[in-house]
Write a protein that binds this ligand. Structure first.
Ligand code: ASP
Ligand code: MG
Length: 450
């Protein structure tokens, strides 16, 4: 039987220190099929690097840099300071220091270059850990030679044909001889400058690598043991899910607890690659398989809660020209690259939800410029502090008698918006932030636990 190809991704907490890295190395070395290892930056490092890009004073930037340097050199020290590794790590740190202390105007391009050091450092160190732990041939690969994107720095869009071409040239030949350790999150645009896929983007990178080599399995090793029926911090008897479909998992990753980066499922679905989510701390505990077709298809599989939602109600000022309003509205949003999650419409008004953008200083996607443009042709009302609750399962649009009991059990709750019918895999609605956890508890008890 030909070998399987597995791509394994380890997140930041899995790379936190040498003990954590050794656990990951033993997960890899126990399975000859794990060929491509995609790693995140060590825990907290991307946050530190982000601070470097906003901090104005050289002295403060210096302090942040020193913390990053100390953290990585201390892992090297625990490893016994192998001379070759120290050389590589010092070179990376020198390059980072040079950029950090230079007086310059911060651009999105420079920001991505700075952020890339987290994954470049962690992958360099992990390559050595894996070599020591497994005794195998291990090759370090610069992900920017394979993951090609457009030049939307900070949130770049992968160019799938370019990735496929680069993979056959720069990745496939290595695959035959050794395991490969590479970086999540980072990529490059056509001129060769470094880009990133957005925060949490390493899962997406791993899925893109899996797609590029036609992998059999994509493994996401993280700090939770599995995907749960709901957040166990909210409902203590939430259950781990053994098997879930691509479609359900995609809904959960978009609307739910952030176990997976929302785009992760897209390449997996395109190439029908099975995805496994498991814990690098407790690899023996059963995780969750995400597959095209599951054996059982319960009507309700999981309930997710997503906080920090903004509801935007847009009311047309021009009652006479009722056509073209939606087109105009979405054109403005598209021009500003604002992604809309849910939409409901009536004849002259539209309600839509936006996720809070953690990259924006005031956490809001609708900056005054966008607002001003919308207000040229509409009245805009904004409601904040809402949570989105999504019921995820199967055949939700075709199951008679579902919404009655669901909303019947929430009679006391003010529901701001309901989306039902667009997807057969989810039914979702908005409630006030401070009521959301109770709503999840009530629904989980009534519809999932029993
Ligand atoms: N290191 C990046 C971040 O913290 C990417 C990732 O971890 O997935 O966002
Ligand atoms: Mg992550």
């Amino acid at each position: 039987m030909p070998d399987l190809i597995k791509v394994a991704k380890f997140g930041g907490t899995s790379m936190a220190d040498l003990t954590a890295m050794r656990r990951c190395a033993s997960i890899v070395s126990s399975d000859p099929d794990k060929k491509i290892i995609v790693v995140s930056a060590t825990a907290g490092t991307t946050n530190h690097l982000t601070e470097l890009t906003v901090e104005q004073s050289v002295e403060e930037r210096k302090q942040i840099f020193i913390a990053i340097r100390k953290k990585h050199l201390s892992i090297c020290k625990d490893l016994g300071n192998p001379a070759l590794l120290i050389d590589k790590v010092e070179n990376l740190l020198d390059a980072l220091e040079a950029i950090t202390l230079r007086k310059q105007i911060m651009t999105p391009m420079l920001r991505d270059e700075i952020l890339s050091f987290g994954e470049r450092l962690s992958s360099t160190i992990f390559t050595e850990v894996l070599k020591q732990e497994s005794g195998d041939e291990v090759e370090w690969l610069d992900a920017r030679r394979v993951i090609k994107t457009d030049d939307d720095f900070g949130n770049a869009e992968p160019d799938i044909p370019a990735i496929s071409e680069a993979a056959s040239k720069n990745l496939q030949p290595l695959l035959a001889q050794s395991r490969i350790v590479t970086q999540g999150f980072i990529a490059s645009e056509p001129n060769g400058h470094t880009t990133t896929l957005g925060r949490g983007g390493s899962d997406y990178s791993a899925a893109l690598f899996a797609e590029a080599v036609d992998a059999d399995v994509l493994e996401i090793w993280t700090d939770v043991t599995a995907i749960y029926t709901t957040d166990p911090r909210i409902v203590s008897d939430a259950r781990p899910i053994t098997e879930i479909s691509f479609d359900e998992a995609a809904e959960l990753s978009v609307f739910g607890a952030k176990v997976l980066h929302p785009a992760t499922m897209v390449p997996a679905i395109r190439k029908n690659i099975r995805v496994y989510v498991g814990s690098s701390i407790h690899p023996e505990k059963p995780g969750t398989w995400i597959v095209r077709d599951t054996k059982d298809k319960p009507i309700l599989r999981a309930i997710s809660l997503r906080r920090n939602q903004t509801l935007v109600k847009v009311h047309s000022l021009d009652m006479l020209h009722r056509y073209g309003f939606l087109a105009k509205l979405f054109q403005v949003l598209a021009e500003h690259k604002i992604s809309v999650d849910l939409v409901t419409t009536s004849e002259v008004s539209v309600a839509l939800t936006l996720d809070t953008d953690v990259n924006k200083p005031d956490n809001s996607m609708l900056d005054s410029e966008v607002l001003k443009e919308l207000q040229k042709f509409s009245e805009v009302e904004i409601v904040k502090n809402l949570s989105l609750i999504a019921l995820v399962g199967n055949n939700l649009d075709a199951t008679a008698g579902l919404s009655g009991p669901v909303f019947g059990s929430l009679q006391e709750t003010n529901i701001h918006l309901i989306c039902h019918g667009a997807s057969s895999h989810n039914l979702c609605f908005l409630v006030a932030e401070d009521e959301a956890e109770d709503v999840v508890r009530v629904l989980h008890k009534r519809f999932i636990k029993s």
